[in-house]
Design a protein around this ligand. Structure first.
Ligand SMILES: [Zn+2]
Length: 225
């Protein structure tokens, strides 16, 4: 068996989720396969959608090297974009600037976990709840730009982050999350949705603790723990 960095990353992710994988050796061995199947079953209800270890790449740390390893090269304005996948949103969505969202495009590594997270939110809480919290308004994913106020590339440049709602819906970028703001349309991601997004590998906002979390409608496939 040959060392495979994707398998190494999967082992790291599985171990973090509490599964036994043996040594973190990057080898597609029986322990890793067994734990991967168990984790897919726990998260998605079945392993049918995936073969062997292909179904789940754990989210990378927010460094350029780790993100490039998992997502490929980030896009640049007027240049190449990351390798994309598309899925139909599980509930009716409109762009924050108007118009129907007929499909959601994102980095191919991120499509399955996002589709599954959204499906779970819908089946758990229903469409009225989704609308009440502004999750039916979409402000895009791929954007080849640097992060706000910094020189580092944004998760959006890898098409690995999704914005639900935007400023017009009251999502103020630098407002801190608080329980009292939760549930105001488009203002702060409800913690019930945060729980489901996190289960599927997403981080909501820019900090791990709810007290310091900002930009609460930004959902990225990133490990900020
Ligand atoms: Zn964002």
């Amino acid at each position: 068996m040959k060392y495979n960095h994707n398998i190494y990353l999967q082992q790291v992710g599985l171990k973090k989720l509490g599964y036994a994988v043996g040594a973190l050796d990057g080898l597609d061995g029986p322990n890793t396969r067994k734990s991967n199947a168990a984790s897919l079953k726990a998260r998605y209800g079945s392993t049918a959608k995936t073969k062997a270890l292909d179904g789940y790449t754990p989210p990378p740390k927010p460094t350029a090297a780790a993100r490039t390893c998992v997502f490929g090269k980030h896009g640049v304005k007027g240049g190449s974009s990351p390798s994309m996948s598309y899925f139909t949103p599980p509930w009716a969505m409109t762009f924050s600037w108007g118009g129907k969202v007929s499909r959601i495009g994102c980095n191919k590594v991120v499509a399955l976990p996002m589709e599954n997270a959204m499906k779970e939110i819908l089946s758990t809480y229903g469409v009225a709840w989704v609308k009440k919290h502004g999750l039916d308004v979409y402000a895009g994913c791929y954007n080849p730009r640097k992060g706000r106020g910094g020189n580092a590339w944004s998760d959006h440049a890898w098409a690995a982050a999704f914005d639900f709602a935007d400023g017009r819906k009251g999502n103020k970028l630098h407002d801190k999350w608080s329980a009292s703001k939760e549930g105001r349309n488009g203002y702060a991601m409800p913690s019930k949705a945060v729980t489901i997004f996190r289960k599927h590998g997403f981080q909501v906002g820019f900090k791990t603790g709810t007290a310091t979390r900002r930009d609460m409608m930004h959902v990225a496939y990133i490990d900020r723990s």
